[in-house]
Design a protein around this ligand. Structure first.
Ligand code: LIP
Length: 266
């Protein structure tokens, strides 16, 4: 499928740029992982690392060097994203920061390009897993260059569903109620600590669904293209005015049922 605004040639340029940015930033975090305890700011349930800031700057520089007139917004940017930009790049320099900070390998760098508010290119690079997920509108979802696809799981009772706890308390009780409802219905719920990787796990068929409330667009934008192009379904179920979202991604088969579990929890 080609696109009137972004012919496939240009989409490939955006995709290459997203991959180079994610690989450059992720590799920096990996090479400098001995500095994972360098904290700029800590709150009760979160940390801001010096490497978060460095990795965002690295990803931004890669993008700026090729697309000087595009808008860029990242987890570390502050202020507001330019929603009207023809192309808006969204970066999460280290998704799964707390995992990274503790030395757990489940973290990644996530880079997406949006057009008209919709993600059209997504790359998720997980250096310690040596996995790089890529996809663009109209193309195939790949992991390390090989096509991936969502699982065939059709019944929610056979599903692994990943989630997370909304630490910024849009409604913490909603997250815990959802976890309880989920545990009753699925084979196993999982909390693994990186939204972008959770979504890629759905895309590659390792998990069957993912839902989390209170994450941000930068956690899910790249993953949403990847899971959609892997044959799955994704949607934003709630949107705040500061890019905070509630996000659902599935293999498609369990989508409506899992959405029902979410809605029955609210
Ligand atoms: C984190 C996620 C994690 C989620 C947290 C947070 P960060 O991103 O990916 O899975 O539960 O709410 O958003 O802060 O490490 O980039």
């Amino acid at each position: 499928m080609t696109d009137a605004i972004f012919p496939s040639l240009e989409l490939q340029d955006l995709l290459r740029c997203a991959e180079d940015a994610a690989r450059a930033a992720g590799s920096h975090a990996f090479e400098q992982r001995h500095r994972r305890k360098e904290v700029v700011r800590a709150t009760a349930h979160d940390v801001k690392l010096r490497l978060d800031l460095e990795c965002q700057a690295i990803a931004e520089n890669v993008i700026r060097s090729r697309f000087a007139n595009h808008s860029i917004f990242g987890e570390e940017s502050g202020g507001k994203a330019d929603a009207n930009a023809a192309v808006l790049w969204i970066i999460d320099p280290i998704d799964g920061t707390v995992n990274f900070h503790h030395g757990l390998p489940l973290w990644c760098c996530s880079v997406a390009a949006l057009s008209g508010g919709k993600p059209i290119v997504g790359v998720v690079f997980a250096p310690e897993l040596q996995e790089c997920y890529t996809a663009c509108r109209g193309g195939k979802a790949l992991c390390n260059g090989k096509p991936i696809s969502v699982s065939e799981t059709r019944r929610i009772q056979d599903a692994i569903v990943a989630t997370g706890i909304d630490r910024k308390t849009r409604d913490l009780s909603e997250s815990t109620r959802f976890l309880k409802n989920l545990a009753i219905r699925v084979q196993r719920p999982r909390i693994m600590g990186s939204a972008a990787l959770d979504i890629c796990n759905v895309a590659s068929g390792r998990a069957d669904g993912y839902y989390e409330s209170g994450i941000y667009l930068w956690d899910a934008a790249a993953g949403s293209v990847i899971v959609d192009r892997a044959g799955g379904r994704s949607e934003i179920l709630w949107r705040g005015d500061d890019l905070q979202i509630a996000f659902l991604a599935t293999n498609g088969h369990i989508h409506d049922e899992l959405r029902q579990v979410v809605l029955s929890t609210q």
